[in-house]
Design a protein around this ligand. Structure first.
Ligand SMILES: [Zn+2]
Length: 282
């Protein structure tokens, strides 16, 4: 899973594992990835976090973390937590969105800020960095080199006809990556609905399910995930969906599992956009 990672991004994961075991955590979580990033790429932090130098940022995150109860040996190969896995997935999506072949530290930073409920995102917002401002600054940095000694690839895939970029909710998306994402969703029946938390959790095992009927079938065993899932994301553009007065954030389309924002549904799914010619991309 780390083939696309730059050397810096790989070192970040390495440092994160070290931090997690130092804090006695049984998993590598988003805050450990953030700590790893703060140690690995101080130049990136200087260029993206306003008003906070990397040392201060590191100190604040370390102070904000509670040490775990059990001491975990550094030799144990700690697994990534579910949030950490999602953050890495978002990092890859950020790289795809920008049409970058490699996943570098800047993409990791964006991934860690994507879901406001990640501990890393909470720390980042305390440090004055939200996803949108980070995106603007990270985009200005350009494509990362994979390894310090190897120059970045010169040949990049390009769309021959039509524009490379589609703007959704003010954010630019690479058209080819978008086409690939949309393809996975066109076959579903999408119903218009107001967003609601969509996962339940087993009270004993802590494992999640999308099957909301479990709440009725075994109410003693399952509950709606409290706190953790008050926010959803459009599966295409990551637009936030939540219980809101603002219809663009509240109303979306669901296939029972995934959600799409109205804009993505109307533009790409309802009209099967990518089957039509490029001429109507504006
Ligand atoms: Zn969307």
């Amino acid at each position: 899973m780390f083939e696309r990672y730059t050397e810096g991004a790989r070192r970040t994961i390495f440092f994160a594992r070290y931090e997690a075991s130092n804090f006695g955590s049984p998993t590598i979580d988003t805050e450990h990835l953030l700590l790893g990033l703060l140690r690995e790429d101080k130049a990136l932090i200087r260029r993206t976090l306003l008003n906070v130098n990397p040392e201060t940022a590191l100190e604040r995150v370390v102070l904000g973390l509670k040490p775990g109860t059990q001491k975990v040996s550094t030799s144990v190969d700690l697994p990534l937590s579910e949030d950490a896995k999602r953050a890495l997935k978002y990092s890859a999506q950020e790289a795809d969105r920008l049409n970058h072949r490699h996943i570098g530290t800047a993409h990791l930073l964006l991934g860690l800020a994507t879901d406001k409920q990640f501990s890393s995102a909470v720390f980042l917002s305390q440090l004055g960095a939200g996803l949108e401002s980070l995106r603007t600054k990270a985009e200005a940095l350009g494509e990362p080199a994979a390894f310090a000694r190897v120059p970045p690839p010169i040949v990049r895939s390009r769309v021959i006809s039509g524009p490379d970029v589609i703007v959704i909710h003010g954010t630019k998306f690479n058209v080819e990556n978008l086409r690939r994402t949309v393809r996975g969703f066109v076959g579903f029946h999408w119903s218009k609905a107001s967003w609601k938390p969509q996962k339940v959790v087993n009270k004993t095992t802590g494992k999640f399910s999308y099957d909301l009927s479990l709440l009725k079938k075994s109410p003693e065993e399952f509950e709606v995930l409290q706190g953790g899932m008050k926010l959803g994301h459009c599966a295409i553009c990551r637009w936030e969906l939540f219980e809101s007065e603002d219809g663009s954030h509240r109303v979306g389309f669901t296939n029972g599992k995934e959600w799409l924002c109205s804009e993505c549904h109307d533009r790409f799914i309802a009209r099967d956009f990518f089957r039509s010619s490029y001429s109507d991309i504006t």
